[in-house]
Design a protein around this ligand. Structure first.
Ligand code: FUC
Length: 795
């Protein structure tokens, strides 16, 4: 909802206020800048910029700079159906063996005959590098490199002699180009050479006209073709472009505009002409000035970015360079854990007491939002394991889309932190997966609907890959959670009818056909499957039942809202009734498997059976026994290890209202799993941990997944459900709540001071703060301001 629509204010608790809690000043906050006093020494510490389709890492070297750039459709491979011929013939035998407890016998059959052809999927590729050489600038002083999250511009400034130089780099979504500006405060002082290279074989550069350098090539094995075009606009001086590069002599300022494209059209069609695409992009730009390019880019970015502000306070470290701030946290962590190993334990269930500078926590939250805007925009591919940033021909895990946590985690901030538009590329990918996943359902299983196993790639592979981990069949169900959640946040009936419901119905149909009765319990179970990514191969893991139960519930509710398919919904309701329930095991734990075989203190990175706690809501206090058992399992798992596994624990602990244990995960993630660029480390760079932590922090401040049991038409919005002790004072604006609400909060001394609730389309909500509740019935566009004490005690 736009602020300007918030036209009405209401009186609650005797006070009238209609102003937002925090107004963003025109001048962006200095606390939204990542800055450094040195260039990046390694790729992971360069500054990421992007506009969804294009991404780049800006190193900020002075005399020999590198801007490593990507285009999100440049992958290895070509259109391909991954289903292995004959796989279907092995399904019954695998199922029988697993029901007989013979997973060791089933595993070689899976590996030999049931996995995809080929067994691995394809990889996201680096595109190229723009090199800028400025001989004579080696002795630069007063160096500063920064990324301003509020304008999405990377900037380097330095001085040589008495001339100050400035480079600005950004990726423009409106103009679909990467823009590099080089200027100096003295006329005629800009001279440099530039060229583009690529790590791919058989790449060629050529001059086009007097101002453009083209680079073309193709991915190995006669793969996708690609082309980039660098167009140079110089103010003053001389510009020479030949096949080897660009040479600038004595200019006042230079703007370079980089377009890049591939031959990819869709996952089934690779007949596009990358040269024509680049040409069309540059032709659209014409001679648009640098100021206009920049102004359009900044306006586009701010429209999204400025919807949310977060203030957690600041101390003196907020003025330090980021690398020093991150380094300080890891040093403090090492000192703390060396001096007191017990602080590594999980018994206390609390923060480990690192002094995380509060402004860094807020910056890290906003950095996740920045990265989503930079890597996932309408028309682009979804953010992959590395977003849109990768320099390797063989990136970790192919930099593809892992559906058993990682790609979904990328989208946790989308609705909650007011970036709903950035969710679109994931929905586009689901549309493709319905096509390829229907083929896999039919050919691999002989079943209706569509299925996605634990990974997909640009070619929308949906068959099981890699190893036994690959046979997990519920990736599509998890993706559908995003469709339903988008509907819950926005109330968009058209989206529900046109996109969400058909997808959910198809995913449900697959499970109607696929589930089989467990001979021991009679429950309908997945078989074969795995609890991600823990041995053994099994049937009916808890996570699958939660995902399918949730999927069927959303589908039934959606069909009811749309008034369609009542007979099929009766069938879905019957299947849902026969799914395995959440089970409490002999240690009081939520069972991970259908058989009670959990090992106490299993510290696995995946939190699979807790899917029902977050991001789902299949485990809630409405079933206290299971909810308490989930807490036992959560305690066993302890701290994370990979970056994303810390990040998942943040919202999980938020859902059990333990802000301090959640904060502990954030502390250690920052201390152990964060590059000085603030990019997350899985081990190697992986962006999901950034997105997960941002989504997790939102969950500490606001939750809206429950409906009041006595009023299912309403939505429960819980304010500050898990505020860590570390953040006694703060304010947030613009968080989204399901039901079509937007919420601002301010707190002091750890206690809520004020809340503003804006309603998009009217309707009811129950505001909860600790043991107080207030039922609201809102009109479209209405704004309610609640002062502390306005909420009444719950009965
Ligand atoms: C899952 C995780 C790994 C890694 C990979 C990309 O398999 O278990 O840690 O993040 O995805």
């Amino acid at each position: 909802m736009k602020r300007s629509q918030a036209s009405r204010a209401s009186m609650i608790g005797g006070l009238l206020l209609a102003v937002p809690l925090l107004c963003f000043a025109d001048e962006p906050s200095r606390d939204l800048r990542l800055w450094y006093s040195e260039p990046a020494k390694q790729w992971e510490t360069a500054l990421p910029i992007g506009c969804g389709r294009l991404g780049a890492m800006v190193f900020g070297n002075v005399a020999d700079d590198r801007i490593q750039f990507n285009e999100d459709t440049l992958w290895t491979g070509k259109p391909h159906d991954y289903v292995r011929a004959g796989a279907r013939g092995h399904l019954d035998e695998i199922r029988r063996l697993l029901f007989e407890g013979k997973d060791k016998e089933a595993a070689p059959i899976v590996r030999g005959s049931f996995l995809s052809d080929p067994i691995h999927q394809e990889a996201f590729q680096p595109f190229g590098d723009l090199h800028i050489r400025t001989p004579g600038h080696e002795g630069a002083v007063d160096y500063r490199r920064e990324l301003d999250l509020d304008s999405a511009v990377a900037r380097v400034t330095y001085r040589v002699g008495d001339v100050t130089y400035r480079r600005e780099v950004f990726a423009s979504y409106p103009d679909q180009v990467i823009v590099v500006r080089i200027e100096a405060d003295r006329k005629g002082a800009v001279s440099f050479q530039a060229n583009t290279t690529s790590p791919h074989e058989a790449v060629q550069s050529r001059a086009i006209g007097i101002d453009t350098l083209a680079m073309s090539g193709h991915v190995r094995n006669d793969g996708l073709r690609f082309e980039s075009r660098l167009r140079v606009f110089n103010a003053g001086g001389r510009c020479l472009v030949d096949d080897s590069g660009v040479s600038i002599e004595g200019a006042d300022a230079v703007t370079m505009v980089l377009s890049a494209a591939t031959s990819f059209k869709t996952f089934e069609d690779v007949t596009a002409d990358p040269a024509a695409r680049c040409e069309a992009t540059l032709a659209r730009l014409g001679s648009k000035s640098y100021e206009s390019l920049r102004a359009d880019h900044v306006a586009d970015h701010r429209k999204l970015f400025r919807r949310v502000t977060l203030d957690l306070g600041r101390d003196e470290r907020a003025d330090w360079p980021i690398d020093r701030r991150v380094d300080r946290i890891s040093k403090d962590y090492n000192a703390l854990t060396a001096s007191s190993p017990a602080s590594r334990g999980t018994e206390s269930g609390a923060s480990i007491g690192l002094r995380v500078d509060p402004a860094l926590a807020a910056l890290y939250f906003q950095f996740g939002r920045y990265l989503l805007i930079a890597s996932s925009r309408l028309g682009s591919q979804p953010a992959n394991l590395q977003g849109v940033w990768n320099e390797l021909l063989d990136p970790p895990w192919g930099s593809k889309y892992t559906t058993n946590i990682n790609v979904e985690m990328n989208y946790w901030p989308a609705e909650a932190t007011n970036l709903s538009e950035c969710h679109e590329p994931l929905f586009d990918m689901i549309d493709d997966l319905i096509v390829s996943g229907s083929r896999t359902a039919r050919e691999q299983y002989g079943m209706r609907g569509w299925v996605v196993h634990h990974n997909t790639d640009l070619w929308r592979g949906t068959a099981p890959i890699n190893n036994i981990d690959g046979v997990w069949p519920t990736g599509g169900a998890w993706l559908c959670h995003h469709l339903w959640d988008r509907y819950l946040y926005t109330g968009d009936r058209e989206f529900l009818a046109r996109r969400a419901y058909p997808a959910m119905k198809g995913a449900s149909l697959f499970f109607v056909d696929y589930l089989v009765p467990d001979p021991r319990t009679g429950w309908l179970v997945t078989n074969p499957s795995i609890s991600p990514e823990q041995d053994p191969l099994c049937y009916g893991p808890t996570m699958d039942a939660q995902l399918i139960r949730s999927l069927l519930s959303y589908t039934i509710e959606a069909a009811g809202l749309l008034g369609v398919d009542s007979d099929l919904m009766a069938k879905l309701a019957d299947v849902r009734r026969r799914l395995p329930p959440n089970q409490v095991g002999r240690h009081g734990q939520l069972q991970e498997w259908i058989v009670d075989m959990d090992k106490p203190n299993d510290k696995h990175r995946h939190m699979s059976p807790l899917w029902g706690l977050f991001p789902g809501w299949d485990l809630t206090p409405a079933d206290l026994k299971s909810f308490d058992a989930a807490k036992v399992l959560l305690g066993w798992r302890g701290d994370g290890n990979t970056g994303w596994s810390f990040a998942w624990r943040i919202p999980l602990w938020a859902r059990v209202h333990d802000g301090d244990f959640a904060f502990r995960q954030l502390e250690i993630q920052l201390a152990r799993r964060t590059f000085p660029s603030l990019l997350d480390k899985c081990g190697p760079f992986q962006v999901d941990g950034n997105f997960g932590a941002t989504g997790g922090v939102a969950e500490l401040l606001l939750q809206s997944h429950l409906r009041p049991t006595d009023d299912p038409d309403s939505r429960e919005i819980e304010l500050l459900p898990a505020l860590p002790l570390a953040w006694p004072k703060g304010a947030v604006t613009g968080l989204r709540a399901r039901g079509g609400f937007e919420v601002d909060l301010a707190w002091n001394g750890g206690v809520l001071a004020r809340a503003v609730v804006r309603s998009d389309r009217g309707g009811k909500c129950r505001i909860r703060y600790r043991d107080q509740v207030l039922d609201l019935t809102t009109q479209p566009g209405e704004v309610r301001t609640l002062e502390a004490g306005a909420l009444s005690k719950s009965p």
